[in-house]
Design a protein around this ligand. Structure first.
Ligand code: UD1
Length: 377
């Protein structure tokens, strides 16, 4: 493939920086627009280039909401990967303005600038999220495939964790979630991800900028900010274990997620650039396999050689879903995507990196913040 000028917004972050590495490895010229916020990059980072950002990438430090900075960052660019976002689901429920500002307004500013460069830009790929589905798809023995909304509060207060059929009340079994499932975002973060996806697809289509939205499932891997208590469960549990603290498990630990290694996310982003078959579409990127939260805790403890049992707290987080696993047929068909990293290998690679980190355990503080706002029950 020819060498292209690529902009990665949020390119110093966890997923963005891996994408930058892969693009540079393929010979592309990469510019990164990133604010290097302290919550993700640490307070001491100052103006320094983050250690994990490839020095061949050009770093523009700035805010995706700043029109002048964005226009400068887009100069000469042919491909845009929009990864910049505030990503804490729980935090989004009380820092509502910050989340809507960065995620929605940032996307608006980027798109308005892009609309003026419609002829130069060949591809826009936006990071969307499984969070926009809310609960995954389920099968009911009596009603077939159903799309339940969040579990009723009364049910959760009785600690009945599994999802029940909205029509007949039967217990439901999770099934792979396809892109057609109705969207039901259950957090401010998820709403902003839905906005980002739809804004990009609609504006991209109107201006003839081929646009792809990749709906990432739960992503894990090296460089996930361990000291940021608002990232995913693998990072949170690793950071607890590193500090000899038991992982704190909400509900009963039997809830499941589709844990996807960051290199498979990168693979999908590269494929979205190489083919036009997914243009103007939203595509799930996961593995299609479900893993329970308790299993994650055990795999991490085992891998780190820590004899630490998780603590099942029996509380639940406001807005949490029970199960969601990706149907990846569309990714296979349109992108030729196939997940490459098994959970065993992915966790072992994650832990090789975790062992070299010193993670401040901020989880207790983050949970206390949620509890103070009655977002954990
Ligand atoms: C959410 C978003 C997802 C986002 C991810 C990371 C939804 C549906 N999905 O996923 O888009 O990429 O956050 O920001 O909103 N858990 C514990 N103890 C902990 C932490 C988590 O038991 O200390 C449990 C949660 O209750 C949940 C599961 O682990 O059942 C996964 O949580 P998490 O990693 O935060 O991700 P999601 O909420 O699935």
């Amino acid at each position: 493939m020819e060498q292209l000028n690529v902009l990665v917004t949020g390119g110093a972050g966890f997923i963005g920086s891996h994408l930058v590495d892969a693009l540079i490895e393929r010979g592309h010229r990469v510019r990164v627009l990133d604010r290097l916020i302290a919550q993700v990059h640490g307070a001491k980072n100052g103006d320094a280039q983050p250690l994990h950002l490839d020095s061949d990438a050009e770093l523009v430090r700035g805010d995706v909401c700043d029109r002048d900075v964005v226009e400068r960052a887009l100069d000469g660019v042919q491909v845009v990967y929009h990864q910049a976002a505030e990503v804490g689901v729980g935090q989004s429920m009380y820092e509502i303005e910050r989340y809507v500002q960065t995620n929605d307004m940032g996307t608006a500013v980027l798109l308005e600038a892009l609309s003026k460069k419609r002829d130069a830009v060949r591809k826009l790929v936006v990071a969307s999220s499984m969070s926009i589905y809310g609960e995954g798809a389920y099968s009911c023995p009596a009603c077939g495939v159903v799309h339940p909304q969040l579990r009723p509060v009364a049910q959760l207060l009785e600690r009945r964790w599994e999802v029940e059929c909205p029509t007949c009340g039967s217990p439901l079994a999770p099934v792979p979630t396809p892109e057609e499932k109705p969207l039901f975002p259950t957090s401010v973060y998820a709403i902003t991800k839905q906005d980002q996806e739809q804004l990009c697809l609609v504006v991209g289509r109107a201006y003839g900028i081929p646009t792809v939205a990749l709906r990432y499932f739960n992503v894990y891997g090296p460089r996930q900010a361990l000291s940021n208590p608002y990232t995913g469960v693998c990072a949170i549990f690793s950071s607890r274990l590193l500090n000899d603290q038991p992982p704190l498990i909400f509900e009963d630990g039997e809830q499941t997620r589709d844990l996807t290694h960051v290199s498979d996310i990168v693979q999908a982003n590269l494929l979205a650039l190489e083919t036009d078959r997914a243009d103007y579409q939203a595509v799930n990127i996961g593995t299609g396999a479900a893993t329970s939260v308790e299993e994650v805790s055990r795999m991490l403890a085992h891998g780190l050689g820590k004899d630490i049992e998780p603590e099942i707290v029996g509380k639940y987080r406001e807005g949490d879903i029970r199960h969601c696993v990706a149907d990846i047929s569309r990714a296979r068909d349109l992108l030729g995507y196939e997940p490459q990293v098994s959970l065993e290998r992915g966790i072992s690679e994650l832990l090789d990196w975790v062992r070299q980190q010193k993670a401040a355990d901020q989880v207790a503080r983050a949970t206390a913040e949620l509890e103070a706002r009655q977002l954990v029950h």
